[in-house]
Design a protein around this ligand. Structure first.
Ligand code: ADP
Ligand code: MG
Length: 369
């Protein structure tokens, strides 16, 4: 756990504090994103944690130990650092770059070389293709990946990351973020992560600390920041589309009505109509013998009609996966111009449904809370 207690930094010759009485805690194994406009003190805060910058006042502890009482070099051995401009050594190969800290720590050469290959593998980069290349032979995205691998090479429990994916185009950025989150799910590092991008912060952060002119103005979970911005500055910063951003944080499974009514192809349309009436639904999903989604029957068609469901149902225009986020499910609903959508698991089994009205209600309920 990293804890900052009333930490300030006033640079020599400067009238104003770059960081002003910041108190916050990053719990073990979590990612805390420091978010705010340029110049608000994010990098300075980060660098005070590994003492690349000494605080003017206040206390920083790591697992309860005051960082001032630890030798700075010793301290940094336990803290991986990804600097703002990647900063790979241009005259070293990828392998040598990744092994910088293990080499410094005097690891056995075979062990550190094996580690480099293992890390490349983990970042979906083929070791045989990359180990011997130089940074200038890599794309920006690949360089940033190597920057991250270098920081975790010696397996430090703490990571400081300063806009680690800042120089990547949006598409590769999404991929690299996903990849990093997968790695983090395994590694459970305690991470301070600087960003100026609200979308990145919402995606990556277990918590978000919003800075303004050196002060910490709000520190909360992404959903609370989006649902309840503490003041006008935060509201402006997170944007008018904050409700849409929240949709990304909610999984379909959390928003759907579970155990929905259903019919099988062998049921009669009369049965289908009666079941829709009972639930007040205007449509009902048809499932096969093992519960796989087959299609749906419309109430208007079913009412007063004879015959079997199996001869009269229509295919569903779309389904949502229970593990996808609501933003993607809602865009599917808009794309197909439907007001509800059936939700299925990985095997295509019918698990529930979501409605536009239900989603509005869900978001509204948390705003009122
Ligand atoms: N070494 C320094 N000397 C003087 N002022 C600095 C130094 N480093 C940063 N600052 C100032 O401190 C403030 C915060 O900078 P920084 O932490 O880099 O912001 P951010 O990372 O949020 O963009 C800025 O006003 C910046 O100009
Ligand atoms: Mg910065």
């Amino acid at each position: 756990m990293i804890r900052l207690e009333q930490v300030s930094k006033v640079f020599h010759g400067s009238a104003e504090a770059a960081v002003d009485h910041v108190t916050m805690e990053v719990p073990k194994g979590e990612i805390c994103v420091l978010l705010g406009p340029s110049g608000c003190g994010k990098t300075t805060t980060l660098k005070m944690v590994n003492r690349l910058i000494e605080p003017s006042s206040g206390t920083i502890t790591i697992d309860g130990r005051d960082t001032k009482s630890v030798d700075a070099v010793e301290l940094r051995r336990g803290i991986g650092y990804v600097i703002q401009q990647i900063g790979l050594f241009p005259n070293k190969t990828v392998e040598e770059n990744i092994c910088v800290v293990p080499d410094m720590l005097g690891w056995d050469r075979a062990k550190s070389r094996a580690r480099a290959a293992e890390l490349l593998e983990m970042a979906a980069l083929k070791p045989e293709a990359f180990l011997k290349r130089y940074p200038k032979e890599l794309s920006g995205g690949q360089q940033q990946r190597i920057g991250v691998l270098r920081a975790i090479a010696a397996d430090p429990p703490i990571l400081l990351m300063d806009e680690p994916f800042g120089a990547i185009d949006p598409i590769n950025r999404e991929a690299i973020q996903d990849e990093f989150l997968k790695m983090q799910a395994r590694l459970r590092k305690t991470i301070m992560f600087v960003s100026h991008d609200i979308d990145e912060a919402v995606k990556m952060g277990d918590r978000i600390a919003i800075f303004r002119a050196g002060r910490l103005v709000q520190y909360d979970t992404p959903d609370n920041i989006l649902a309840h911005p503490g003041d006008g500055f935060v509201a402006d910063f997170v944007g008018n589309d904050r409700t849409l951003k929240r949709l990304r944080l909610i999984r379909v499974a959390e928003a759907m009505m579970p155990d929905p009514p259903r019919v099988t192809p062998d049921d009669t349309l009369a049965t289908a109509a009666a079941r829709m009436e009972e639930y007040g639904h205007s449509a009902i999903v048809v499932v096969g013998p093992r519960g796989r989604v087959r299609g749906f029957v419309d109430a208007k068609q079913a009412r007063g009609s004879r015959g079997l469901v199996g001869e009269n149902f229509e295919p569903l225009p779309a389904t949502a996966d229970i593990d996808e986020d609501l933003r993607s499910a809602v865009s599917t609903m808009f794309r197909h111009d439907v007001t509800w959508i059936a939700c299925v698991d990985g095997d295509g089994l019918y698990k529930g449904y979501i409605t536009q009205r239900g989603i509005t209600h869900l978001l509204g309920a948390t705003y009122r809370a």
